[in-house]
Design a protein. Structure first.
Length: 462
């Protein structure tokens, strides 16, 4: 679709607005677009140089890292390769909660920093701070990756998100002139709100759909049963939660557009995103340095699931070095056919808490389980797996008209295939699966101590 206004935004309104706001994100964005095809042998030395500078800054300006460097006898000058960073301790969520103020650089005024708060899967608040220059660089990184979906900066966006809140006059003006975003509040998804959303999209077709994977699926499912969407976007971006294959297929079928899977977190923003090839996710190597670790703390071999550990290369206000997010992912050693030199993740497995732990110590991906159950059990509308104890599972099930005795037999068969007699299970039939406060849905919840997940060798992860 031709959109003259989007061209005007990219070439004139956007740069002028950025200059008025004294924001460098447009300059960053243009630079990042030029460098995205740099080869790995150019990207890695650039990351090393940035890491060396970050470590020196962290040691010199924060009491937390000054103490941590001293405790392990490590100096910034000891970092001579990216692999040397493995000698530095992993940063945990507990570290941030207990020592947050000590992690803020004395070169920054905390009152002027941007707070990014998240409760994650535990419900315990976690707060990280960043300065405005970091936020603008992150914005540019995200803008670059979003355009890989087929959408172009300046085109209209339908955002499926929760709790947007109110913004000031400047925010409203920015949205009207520049961002062109309208919302479906995923904290209040009803037939009425879905109808209103579809009607608005038909009047003013969005070029991009952006939202939680399950919210996009709910909109697609509703549109399919109400005469179709009536518009075809140029891009669809799924983010903030794991995108299941069955969700991807349904969304793409309804909207006639490929889904771009994007991965990030509140603490460091964009981590990785699919490009137009939709075969793996490019790591945002300009903004972060990413490691995938086996349960023994060593680098996980490409193709094997491990814990995501990330270092934020842009945040100097509150350095985040080797932070274990609590997610699992699989690293790739392939080169993407798109030609970008940015490294690849094969896939994101979800949270550590989304793994089922068997009595024998085997780890089973809850994402894989959910995909199998959703596609193989007839009449299953929605499913949530809850591991209450090491040897018990509860399936919360939303039934469709076709759900019956054959469905129950299929569940029993799948449980036997995956677990044998190790785990007992029960089915709980519900009207709907409750959302988290953020508006997201969790399809697998393990209440087993998460630390237990890393007491086993990586060969036992399945």
């Amino acid at each position: 679709m031709f959109d003259a206004r989007s061209i005007l935004i990219r070439r004139l309104i956007g740069p002028l607005w950025a200059r008025w706001e004294r924001s460098p994100y447009v300059v960053h964005y243009r630079h990042l677009k030029r460098t995205q095809f740099d080869p790995p042998q150019t990207i890695r030395p650039r990351q090393l140089q940035t890491l060396q500078s970050l470590l020196r800054h962290a040691q010199e300006t924060t009491s937390f890292y000054e103490r941590r460097f001293a405790e392990i006898g490590f100096r910034p000058d000891d970092l001579r390769s990216l692999e040397d960073l493995a000698r530095f301790p992993v940063l945990t969520k507990a570290d941030i909660r207990n020592h947050g103020p000590e992690m803020i650089a004395n070169t920054h005024d905390r009152r002027k920093l941007v707070s990014k708060a998240t409760s994650g899967s535990t419900g315990v608040p976690l707060e990280v701070f960043a300065d405005e220059s970091c936020m603008q660089f992150r914005r540019a990184c995200t803008l670059r990756s979003d355009e890989w979906s087929g959408w172009s900066w300046g085109e209209r966006i339908l955002l499926l998100w929760g709790g947007q809140g109110r913004c000031d006059w400047r925010g409203r003006l920015r949205n009207a002139l520049l961002e062109r975003i309208y919302y479906l509040d995923t904290l209040q998804v009803t037939d009425e709100t879905l109808t209103t959303c579809l009607e608005a999209a038909r009047r003013q077709p969005p070029s991009l759909l952006l939202g939680h994977a399950h919210s996009l699926y709910l909109l697609a499912d509703y549109a399919r049963s109400h005469g179709g969407p009536g518009f075809q976007p140029r891009g669809i971006i799924s983010t903030a939660m794991v995108l299941h294959d069955w969700q991807r297929r349904a969304i793409e079928e309804v909207f006639g557009c490929k889904v771009t899977n994007r991965y990030g977190c509140e603490e460091v923003s964009l981590i990785a995103s699919e490009c137009e090839q939709h075969d793996g996710l490019h790591i945002n190597a300009d903004g972060i340095y990413l490691e995938i670790l086996s349960p023994d703390g060593q680098p996980a071999p490409p193709g094997e699931a491990g814990a995501v550990v990330v270092t934020d290369l842009a945040n100097r206000a509150m350095p985040i070095i080797r932070y274990q997010i609590g997610d699992m992912a699989v690293l790739s050693e392939r080169a993407c056919p798109c030609g970008r030199g940015l490294p690849l993740l094969e896939r994101v497995e979800g949270r550590v808490a989304d793994y089922i732990v068997t009595p024998s110590g085997r780890l089973v991906s809850g994402i894989s389980l959910t995909d199998h159950f959703a596609t193989l059990v007839p009449g299953l509308v929605q499913l949530q797996m809850v591991q209450e104890t090491i040897d018990s599972l509860r399936f919360r099930i939303v039934r469709g008209p076709d759900f019956g005795s054959d469905s129950l037999d299929r569940i029993a068969q799948l449980v036997k295939e995956w677990f044998g007699t190790e785990i007992h299970y029960e089915c709980e039939f519900v009207e709907k699966i409750p959302q988290e406060p953020s508006g997201k849905y969790r399809f697998c919840i393990s209440k087993v101590d998460k630390n237990a997940l890393f007491q086993f060798s990586s060969s036992r992860i399945s």
